[in-house]
Write a protein that binds this ligand. Structure first.
Ligand SMILES: [Fe+2]
Ligand SMILES: [Fe+2]
Length: 462
């Protein structure tokens, strides 16, 4: 048995190495660490390891620092540092290549088969075995990894017996969360893909942002993809801790608003355009709807009517926007924002006023009072640096505060690509910003809503 510490902070990068390790044709036991502190803890407590596999200079984890920490603690641990840089020239790293028998800087372009060969060498050395590693016809992929896509990138199989595989999806097929659940319930921990497809699958996996769907779908499959996207949002918010009751109420509210808006009205037109989208604008609106209704449940003044107001505001709040990249760049403060024209950003900043105005003008009975106010203030923030009014934490109405906390949380989840293990960090960061004025109670509501999830994460991580 080869004991490996996989110390990579980025969730997707770690998953693609897991895929390689899952397919090693010899016994490996893999311990994972997603931060420097965890890596140090695990190294000291769960060692000794035969191999540490890490990325050089990855976010939150510096491989040279970790190497220097680990070097003196164990004589037998080899390091594979994945990098295209010359790390031997870094302070303290000059002896890296010769410190241990198998220490190596692995180029980023190394294929699965090359990496497996290298790991096999350590295994052979440790167990005094000699064998040649041979490629297999099918490779394993954890069933849950398929949740990241809704359309298959290649043919997918289940394994019936050692040499018998049956194709269950062909390349390009659309599938839903329900399909994946069905397979997981049948205890199918792995699905299989052809060896020749593996490399591309692995790369695509690391590249695919969460919840982004294929844009060139036929209208019928676009409809299915749209449903699949909502299904995916459902699963995520339930995983986070939003109750079934809240999900149902929000879905019902959305349905009511949609079906009762006046046919041909500007709002109806914009809302139906929004639903044809399969991108950030539509998906994050749904998530804000669920999260704000969930936070509201923790407020002393909560009623079903109030949750409906929040859900209605959530699905309408960005309907006048048509550039998901720009919206996401502003919401998440991404560096890509620089590539947009000043006029585009200026006109973007008008959307809270525009949508509030549209709602005031519509005489729809389905839009309850106060929704326009939530819309108008949805980009205000506790620092008072938001727009359009720059309202500070004391002047923002309580209902708007709930909405804005939910929106900020959803943005943070996007930032970490829906890695739920990051929730404790996200809460720490948000608490610093929102534990003030009218935002305080909403922030407490958010923490309480996420309590079950945070407890699980803390247990798993300790
Ligand atoms: Fe917005
Ligand atoms: Fe938004």
């Amino acid at each position: 048995m080869l004991r490996i510490l996989l110390a990579i902070s980025n969730d997707k990068a770690r998953s693609s190495f897991e895929m390689v390790l899952d397919n090693c044709p010899f016994n490996v036991s893999v311990i994972e660490a997603a931060s420097m502190t965890k890596a140090m803890e695990r190294f000291s407590e769960k060692g000794p390891f035969d191999l540490v596999l890490m990325l050089h200079n990855a976010e939150k984890m510096n491989s040279a620092d970790f190497y220097l920490f680990a070097k003196d603690k164990s004589d037998n641990t080899n390091f594979f540092i994945v990098s295209d840089e010359k790390i031997e020239s870094l302070p303290g790293m000059s002896g890296f290549n010769t410190d241990r028998k198998f220490n190596e800087v692995i180029p980023l372009s190394t294929s699965t088969s090359q990496l497996t060969q290298k790991i096999a060498e350590i295994f052979k050395d440790k167990s005094n075995l000699s064998f040649t590693y041979e490629e297999v016809d099918y490779k394993k992929v954890r069933t849950t990894y398929f949740l990241r896509f809704n359309k298959t990138l290649c043919d997918v199989y289940v394994q019936l017996s050692e040499n018998k595989y049956v194709k269950i999806l062909k390349k390009g097929d659309i599938y839903t969360r329900a399909d994946i659940k069905k397979w997981s319930e049948k205890k199918m921990k792995y699905l299989y893909i052809e060896n020749g497809d593996f490399e591309e699958f692995k790369e695509e996996y690391a590249r695919t942002p969460f919840l982004v769907m294929d844009k060139d779908l036929t209208p019928q499959s676009a409809e299915e993809a749209s449903l699949a996207a909502i299904e995916l949002v459902h699963e995520i918010v339930k995983e986070i801790g939003v109750t079934e009751e809240v999900v149902n109420l929000v879905d019902y509210t959305v349905y009511q608003v949609e079906s009762n808006l006046k046919k041909g009205s500007a709002l109806e037109d914009l809302l139906s355009k929004m639903h044809d989208r399969k991108d950030y604008l539509n998906d994050h609106s749904y998530m804000v709807a669920y999260m704000s209704a969930q936070i509201s449940e923790k407020m002393t003044w909560d009623t079903e009517e109030i949750r409906k107001k929040l859900a209605t505001a959530a699905i309408l709040h960005d309907i006048t926007l048509d550039n998901p990249e720009l919206a996401m760049a502003v919401d998440l403060g991404l560096p890509e924002l620089q590539k947009f024209q000043a006029e585009d950003i200026q006109s973007y900043k008008k959307h809270p006023m525009e949508v509030a105005q549209l709602v005031r003008e519509s005489d729809s009975e389905e839009i309850p009072p106060n929704v326009d106010e939530i819309l108008l203030f949805h980009h205000e923030n506790p620092e008072g640096s938001g727009f359009p009014k720059g309202l500070n934490a004391d002047r923002i109405p309580a209902l708007c505060a709930v909405f804005n906390v939910a929106h900020a949380f959803v943005n943070e989840m996007y930032r970490v690509d829906f890695d739920t293990t990051e929730i404790p960090h996200i809460l720490m960061h948000l608490k610093k910003r929102f534990s003030t004025g009218q935002y305080l109670n909403a922030m407490i509501g958010l923490v309480e809503s996420l309590d079950p999830m945070t407890n699980i994460i803390n247990k798993v991580q300790s």
